[in-house]
Ligand binder design. Structure first.
Ligand SMILES: [Zn+2]
Length: 55
């Protein structure tokens, strides 16, 4: 999950939604504050957690 700094505040965005937001991210110059893999985090768009499984 990436924490994006947007004009409307910080938002957690998953990798799937990041693809959908690609244009907006570029247009509004969203900045990635940091990346964190944490199953407890939920994407602010789709409400899903990280799906990466490290086994
Ligand atoms: Zn998402």
């Amino acid at each position: 999950m990436k924490l994006f700094v947007t004009p409307k505040g910080d938002r957690w965005i998953c990798s799937e939604c990041e693809k959908d937001f690609a244009e907006t991210i570029t247009e509004q110059s969203w900045r990635v504050a940091f990346t964190k893999i944490d199953p407890m985090l939920r994407c602010s768009e789709c409400k899903q957690g990280d799906i990466e499984i490290f086994d």
